[in-house]
Design a protein around this ligand. Structure first.
Ligand code: GDP
Length: 469
């Protein structure tokens, strides 16, 4: 530890002793104390789990290999403010002219080039897609271009887009669109946005504003320049000399080609023949196709590329990682699938009367929720008051719903959401309800003697219930 923080062992030990610790040279150090000791030498310590260690080592090694990478941009804004038009305008001015005769292909993202510098645009606009990816833990966007129509102003989805970008800590470049319209009023837009903390640089704020017309193709180059300027400030870097890593942007089952997916490469370089895993899908790169429909042999950082060679259709937002070989890829995918199934089974498994006692003993249950359905009001009420009268030192019995009628889907959903059991008295579940209960793992108990129902609950609470088969 002393070596790591670059201090003399004796000094480090002294500091530990000041904190009330008596470490010897070959004893592991207390983590909290270590943070304090390092801090007193002006060194910041970050505690990582052992399984993260190789990631850290990789990062250190990588920092030597880092080079600039293009920014990845998502366009957001209110409906009809011109997100799609802007994506098209950018693409038309910058892509087709360079790729003479090239067919533009929609693969979920495209790359444009300005004065030798690239920008990657994700071409599913809007904050829904952005947040859906983020909800899966993927961070793909470096810069958000917020489109606001100059003839309209800040609208509900503009505000949502601002909040989603802020939550993700992604800088916003504002494109005031439709400035070709006579009623366009860019000054008003700036004022309105300032209320939400989006302030132009000339007003002392942090945000770059550009006035554009997607329709008349005004200001497009300038917008790209400003995106590059923003990217420069951010010093976006990646190591191209390592196995590729990225995120699935889009995936589909293609009739002729099988499962295909667009991956945004985020570090490393992907090549034909590389083995990979993405979520529970694995495979080997058979073909790489770029956003102009051209077959390519390799793709580096910030490049969107369509990949053929997946075993199955992966899920958008999944992390894509290259591994040594196909066998390893399959093993990882299979292990993930098993883990996923276990997690699903655990999630679906709701409380049953049979396991109530063991759950109580494990301290997992503090309350037993019960839904009661019966044939007549009198018996429903009788069961309710008898159950509510049961006292137990650790568990409270709570009737969350009691009504006359057969057990229906709504009863099952309520029980599933509340981790409750269902008691039916002289009634049966509807077919749809029993199917749902099976799927959700909800315990339904049917009785025709009130006493039996009460006794079963009491016995279950005491751990005396005869197991059912
Ligand atoms: P989105 O819903 O944000 O993707 O908006 P669209 O790109 O579909 O544009 C909505 C409407 O605004 C369309 O009818 C476009 O033709 C129009 N539009 C987009 N950009 C401009 C512009 O710069 N000027 C004018 N006058 N109309 C525009």
């Amino acid at each position: 530890f002393a070596e790591l923080i670059g201090q003399k062992i004796s000094d480090v030990i002294k500091k530990f002793m000041e904190l009330g610790y008596m470490p010897t040279i070959n004893q592991p150090v207390d983590m909290d104390a270590a943070v304090l000791v390092a801090d007193s030498f002006g060194v910041k310590v970050e505690i990582v789990a052992p399984e993260q260690l190789d990631v850290i080592e990789e990062l250190v090694e990588e920092s030597a290999n880092l080079i600039h990478r293009p920014p990845v941009v998502t366009i957001m804004g209110h409906v009809d403010h011109g997100k799609t038009s802007l994506l098209d305008a950018i693409r038309q001015t910058k892509v087709t002219e360079t790729e003479a005769g090239g067919i533009t292909q929609h693969i979920g993202a495209y790359k444009v080039s300005l004065q030798g510098k690239d920008i990657t645009f994700l071409d599913t606009p809007g904050h829904e897609a952005f947040t859906a990816l983020r909800a899966r833990g993927a961070k793909v966007t470096d810069i958000v271009v917020l489109v606001v129509a100059a003839d309209d102003g800040v609208m509900p989805q503009t505000i949502e887009a601002i909040d989603h970008s802020k939550a993700a800590n992604v800088p916003i470049v504002v494109a005031i669109n439709k400035i070709d319209k006579p009623e366009a009023n860019p000054a008003r837009i700036k004022n309105e946005l300032a209320e939400y903390g989006i302030v132009p640089e000339e007003w002392g704020g942090q945000n770059i504003f550009v006035e554009v017309s997607a329709k008349k193709k005004i200001g497009i180059e300038q917008l790209l320049e400003m995106i590059l300027l923003q990217a420069e400030i951010m010093e976006l870097k990646a190591n191209p000399n390592r196995p590729a890593r990225g995120t699935i942007i889009e995936a589909k089952l293609d009739r002729g080609r099988g499962p295909v997916a667009t991956v945004l490469i985020q570090s490393g370089t992907l090549r034909i023949g590389d083995a990979f895993v993405a979520g529970t899908a694995s495979g080997k790169v058979r073909a790489l196709i770029d956003d102009t429909g051209k077959k390519i042999n390799e793709a580096g950082p910030s490049t969107p590329v369509e990949i053929i060679g997946f075993s199955e259709v992966p899920t958008a937002g999944d992390v894509f990682t290259c591994v040594e070989d196909e066998k390893k890829a399959r093993q990882i995918a299979l292990a993930r699938l098993q883990k996923q199934r276990l997690a699903e089974a655990a999630r679906h498994k709701k409380l049953t009367l049979d396991e109530l006692y063991s759950k109580i003993k494990e301290g997992q249950i503090k309350e037993l929720g019960i839904v009661i359905k019966g044939d007549v009001q009198g018996s429903v009420e009788a069961i309710r008051s008898a159950l509510e009268g049961i006292t137990h030192p650790e568990v409270k019995v709570r009737v969350i719903h009691a009504a006359v009628g057969g057990i229906n889907e709504s009863d099952v959903m309520l029980a599933a959401a509340s981790n409750a059991i269902i008691i039916g008295f002289n009634v049966r579940p509807e077919l749809k309800a029993s199917n749902l209960a099976e799927k959700e793992g909800v315990d339904i108990r049917l009785y025709n003697i009130i006493y039996d129902a009460i006794e079963d609950v009491k016995k279950a609470l005491e751990g005396m219930l005869e197991p059912t088969l």
